[in-house]
Design a protein around this ligand. Structure first.
Ligand code: GAL
Length: 713
């Protein structure tokens, strides 16, 4: 009898483990649903980031029922691995699933989300392998696991499929496809459980916003972070840097922060995290001199510690089992490791006024990073540490700036879910201009920032085209660590480059307000067209040339990966080397030329031939773009600038202009202001502009305010 009971129990357990179950769901924040599959691990992406949901903003978005039929989401745990299944409807398209560079549509793809430098293929190995997708049907899905997750994004056909593809005879049926239609997203998590989150819409943008807000909201950079930044050659000395800064000023090119590459340190690869006394004999004096000239410094590091580092002995017990370039990798999950590491950076650099870091090579490449067989003293495996190392480094670096009540804005080569509010921008070593723009589009779906940095170019045409997109991105940067290129290095386009850099500065009030919306409302500043209301994906089939072949014709539409939205009102359509003309898909509603205010079109595909000097930019009807004078540096704390508010089209409209001191964290305690700009028609139909008086007398960065009606009255 005993034996009989044992067998019954044994097989029953087996059955439960093997058969797919629907999950228990709980609304954990308005419109954010959490399901538990199996036994989630103690470490996951959200634990790594420690992000706290922006509850108030989520509350404003309101509750929403689970946007997917709960019976259609299933999970099972077999052999220590979690099998997840989500439904897909016929017309649905999927976006996200990591920082991809060549594709925007992810339906039909198989991705192994694995932290890595980008190797030229959208296969899931990338600098931000974020396990989040947003559907065109207006919901998002996030798998909270710090593992190498495999996603079959509509690329698997089950026997029990509700909408199976028809069997076709390849001998006779030309429509036979090697990749039959799939009605599911299936996900394999190599762990015995995982949290799963579903984000409600109703629109795809709402789902992205909920995802961002749940992870703490977006980034609000300091004003200076939105200015221009130059990274100088790796072995530059303090005098070289001063000379470079002088030439920016003398030539009239804006500059807010300078990046010092590995040569600022006495040793690099692995590093000492100490100034090199030959190249920088008096660091404190040098940093102060820079700050007095409105120039901030950003220092390159990778976190691998040399035996020559002064704190090596102290940190050694808290580093991983394997080395990276013979340096030791601190285990940032251990408080001692991060205290020792960041204390060195703080006392040696941040305390004398350094404003930020570029955290390099935390993404890894299999041949130099620790292997998956590595272990870390805090208990993490090589795999989980690899998925989250960049996130941990960003997270714990922030305390150094928080203690000074200063914002930072830096660079990182690895990020992941949960790091949405960390003020770091992703970059890499790949250098394809078109793909850099596709990455910019994809960054907006997954809560990260990406810079299409310019390094050098074969021709002045390429330089100008790259520069044009640099200024319409989260970080306007030249990375000359190896090339030594300056903005004026291509003399025949040097003036145009200056104009563009100054345009970036003029647009600062717009960029700043748009980033505040990212921070407080979760709306990504740079984002794909599919998130834009009125964007007809079907219209795209008329565009030839840059469309990807998609095997899921019946399930997908063609992808648009070379134009994007920048803030509430702007549509940016870059040209690439060799292109004189291009098509632009304008969503429904009237659109106007950003430079002239002229009418451009309405819900149609237009062809533009802007000439080499211009990057096509269009403004929505009723678009309001606050601009300031072209300064060489971002306004300092307390400095006031005049505003020119540009108005496009004939529609009445409103705009929320954000203001705060631009550099401290006081905004977190309420020291900020939103001023409403209103464009209204008077009885004769003439447009008039007005703006609220400042509501907060301690926050007033704007002096004289004028309106300019770009499209006539
Ligand atoms: C690379 C990085 C470059 C530059 C270089 C310096 O890993 O991507 O931008 O910083 O290191 O060695």
């Amino acid at each position: 009898m005993r034996r009989y009971i044992f067998y019954v129990c044994f097989f029953a357990t087996l059955l439960i483990r093997v058969s797919a179950q629907s999950l228990q769901w709980q609304q954990v924040a308005p419109g954010v649903w959490k399901g538990i599959a199996g036994q989630p691990e103690s470490y996951d992406l959200l634990k790594a980031s420690g992000s706290i949901p922006a509850t108030e903003a989520l509350q404003k978005m309101g509750n929403s029922p689970l946007p997917i039929n709960r019976n259609d989401i299933t999970a099972s745990v077999v052999d220590g691995k979690t099998y997840l299944r989500f439904p897909l409807a016929e017309k649905e398209q999927l976006f996200g699933l990591g920082l991809n560079f060549q594709t925007v549509h992810q339906r039909g793809k198989i991705l192994q989300l694995h932290m890595d430098h980008y190797g030229g293929k959208d296969n899931g190995r990338t600098h931000a392998p974020v396990p989040f997708y947003v559907s065109s049907a207006g919901y998002g899905v996030f798998i909270n696991s710090a593992r190498y997750i495999t996603v079959y994004a509509g690329a698997s056909v089950r026997k029990d499929s509700k909408h199976p593809p028809a069997e076709k005879n390849r001998n006779e049926d030309k429509s036979w496809s090697s990749r039959p239609y799939s009605d599911a997203v299936e996900i394999l998590v190599p762990a015995a459980g995982s949290e799963v989150y579903v984000f409600a819409g109703p629109t795809s943008l709402d789902a992205v916003r909920r995802y961002n807000l749940f992870n703490g909201g977006g980034v609000l950079p300091p004003r200076w972070g939105l200015g221009f930044t130059q990274r100088v050659k790796t072995l530059y000395t303090a005098d070289d840097v001063k000379a470079e800064v002088d030439s920016f000023r003398l030539k009239g090119y804006p500059l807010d922060f300078v990046g010092l590459e590995p040569g600022w340190q006495s040793r690099a690869y692995p590093g000492t995290f100490e100034w090199d006394k030959k190249r920088f004999p008096q660091p404190a004096k040098f940093v102060k001199e820079m700050l007095d000239n409105d120039i901030r410094l950003n220092l390159w590091i990778n976190p691998y510690v040399s035996k020559e580092a002064g704190f090596y002995k102290k940190i050694a017990p808290y580093t991983g089992s394997h080395t990276v370039w013979v340096g030791e990798a601190p285990d940032f999950t251990i408080p001692q490791a991060r205290n020792i590491f960041f204390e060195q950076l703080k006392k040696d650099q941040v305390d004398i006024g350094v404003s930020g870091y570029k955290i390099d090579e935390v993404d890894g490449y299999d041949y130099y990073l620790w292997p998956d067989v590595a272990r870390f003293p805090g208990g993490l495996t090589g795999e989980s540490m690899r998925q989250t190392y960049g996130v941990l480094a960003m997270r714990y670096s922030l305390d150094m700036f928080r203690q000074k009540n200063e914002r930072t804005y830096g660079l990182v080569r690895a990020s992941n879910a949960g790091a949405n509010s960390f003020p770091y921008v992703i970059y890499n070593d790949y250098y394809n201009h078109e793909d850099f723009i596709t990455a910019l589009i994809n960054s907006g779906y997954i809560g990260v920032l990406w810079t299409p940095e310019a390094r050098a170019s074969k021709t002045s045409e390429e330089w100008l085209r790259r520069f044009q997109t640099v200024i319409f991105s989260p970080m306007a940067m030249i990375n000359a660590w190896s090339s030594g290129t300056k903005p004026w290095s291509y003399p025949d386009v040097a003036e145009q480059v200056k104009e563009l850099a100054l345009l970036r500065m003029k647009m600062m009030p717009y960029w700043y307000s748009e980033f505040a919306k990212y921070r407080f409302e979760g709306t990504p500043v740079f984002r794909g067209m599919s998130l834009e209301p009125g964007f007809e994906v079907n219209a795209v089939s008329a565009v030839k040339g840059n469309l990807d072949d998609n095997p899921y014709l019946e399930a997908t539409t063609k992808e648009v990966k070379d134009q994007y939205m920048a803030g509430e009102y702007l549509l940016v359509a870059p040209l690439f080397t060799g292109q004189q003309t291009r098509k632009v898909i304008l969503p429904k509603g009237k659109w106007f030329d950003f430079y002239t205010g002229a009418y451009a079109g309405d819900g149609e595909i237009i062809t533009v031939t802007p000439g080499l000097d211009k990057i096509p930019v269009f403004v929505k009807d009723g678009g309001i773009i606050p601009m300031m004078e072209a300064k060489l540096h971002a306004p300092r704390k307390g400095e006031k600038v005049d505003l020119e508010i540009r108005v496009y089209g004939q529609k009445q409209g409103t705009y929320k202009l954000y203001d705060d001191d631009g550099q401290s964290l006081d905004y977190e305690k309420g020291a900020f202001d939103w001023r409403n700009i209103k464009i209204e028609k008077d009885s004769k139909g003439k447009l008039n502009g007005s703006i609220d008086a400042p509501h907060n007398k301690n926050v007033q960065s704007y002096n004289k305010i004028t309106f300019r009606f770009m499209s006539g009255q």
